[in-house]
Structures are given as structure tokens and as C-alpha cells.
Design a protein around this ligand. Structure first.
Ligand SMILES: [Zn+2]
Length: 212
């Protein structure tokens, strides 16, 4: 059984608390889908003492200035952008950022640039299928895919290439952020073929048994 804490976009007071270790001490690893301060992520890594894998969100700064050294990523965390890794018996990959709407942060891309990020993953996914018998278990992104949890404005539109990856390679999970939700009855979890799509806004806990 693997237990995952996934987070994005807003600090969750249940996570950023003195009880973090008691509440989430049994998670195997943490996934961050972006738009969270590096200091918050480092707090989680330090207290839970477990791996944290992340992608950047569109609001992430090039350099975050806080106590100590300025940093461009959370220390101790592994960036999954355009990477495929095999950890905890799971095949994981990620793509950072949102659709481009201004030039203020680097983590914004056109639909065409998102296609190039996704296509870059394809040889590794095919390798996974040949070696491990499946393409991918977990896909993490900041933005949602087109038609699933996407917003109605330009900035929160879904990414076409992400939907293609999900349709084609059917990972077990697609975790994303970027879409804030304000009512408990809004949809945070959807099924797309074999893939569970989770808007991990604030936080979400997933428990499952991997195939490996
Ligand atoms: Zn965002």
C-alpha cells in the first residue's frame, strides 16, 4: 500500500501545522503540483522526512527570498518537469506551468510548447512499457488537461497535450493544481478512461496498491 500526500496552490492549515507529523507521518512521499512557496515545501520535507517530487506552477518565482539563501526550487525536492522516474515501485512523470498569459514568470507556455514537453516524455514511456509492462503510473502537472476540471477563462484553460497523454498512455493517476475551488461540492476527482484525475488544490491523500 502506497500513501501519497499531494498539494498545490494554497497552503493547507492542516498541513502547515504543529500536527503535521501526527496527521501525515505515514505518507510514503509528497507530490507538489505547484504555486506553493519553497519554504512551505521545505517545511514539509523536514517534518515528514520523506521524498517530495514537484513541478513548478505559473506563480512560482525564479528566486524566492526568505530566511537564508535565495532559492529557485525547494531544497531536498526533486523536479519532475519533463522527467520520468521510477521510485517506490511507481513510474512517474511531470510537466510544469500553465498556459502563457504574460511574461512575468518563466513557467508559462503556449499549447505548442506544452506539446513539446509532452512529446519529450514519449520515448521514456515506451521504454517503460517494454521494460515494466506499463507506460506510466503517475502524471503530475500544474495545469489541468483540456476538458477535465479546466477553468472558463484563458489563464485556466486545459492543456491539449496533457489530455492526449492521459488518453494514450492511461496512467493510474493524473494529479494537477492551478484550479482553485471554493465550494465543497465542486468536482475535485474525475475518471478519464483508466485514469483518476485529481485536482489536488490545497491537499489530497491517495492510497493505492501499485502493480510492482
Ligand atoms: Zn497556477
Amino acid at each position: 500500500m502506497i500513501k501519497i500526500l499531494s498539494i498545490s496552490d494554497q497552503v493547507d492549515p492542516l498541513v502547515y501545522s504543529d500536527n503535521l507529523k501526527e496527521r501525515y507521518g505515514d505518507v510514503d512521499f509528497v507530490l507538489s503540483c505547484g504555486d506553493l512557496s519553497y519554504m512551505y515545501l521545505e517545511y514539509i520535507i523536514t517534518i515528514l522526512n520523506c521524498p517530495l517530487y514537484f513541478v513548478h506552477g505559473n506563480h512560482d518565482p525564479v528566486k524566492e527570498l526568505n530566511m537564508g539563501e535565495p532559492r529557485s526550487y525547494p531544497f531536498g525536492a526533486q523536479n519532475l518537469h519533463r522527467k520520468i522516474i521510477r521510485k517506490h515501485g511507481l513510474l512517474m512523470a511531470g510537466v510544469e506551468g500553465s498556459i502563457r498569459y504574460n511574461w512575468k514568470t518563466p513557467y508559462q507556455y503556449t499549447q505548442g510548447m506544452m506539446w513539446s514537453h509532452v512529446l519529450r516524455l514519449v520515448p521514456g514511456l515506451i521504454y517503460n512499457k517494454l521494460i515494466h509492462g506499463r507506460y506510466l503510473d503517475i502524471f503530475i502537472t500544474h495545469a489541468p488537461s483540456v476538458g477535465v476540471h479546466e477553468g472558463s477563462d484563458w489563464t485556466h484553460q486545459g492543456i491539449k497535450a496533457f489530455r492526449w497523454l492521459v488518453n494514450t498512455f492511461q496512467p493510474e493517476y493524473h494529479f494537477h493544481g492551478h484550479i482553485h475551488y471554493y465550494h465543497p461540492d465542486e468536482v475535485k476527482e474525475s475518471q478519464v478512461g483508466k485514469t483518476k484525475v485529481i485536482n489536488t488544490y490545497r491537499s489530497w491523500v491517495t492510497e493505492f496498491i501499485p502493480e510492482d
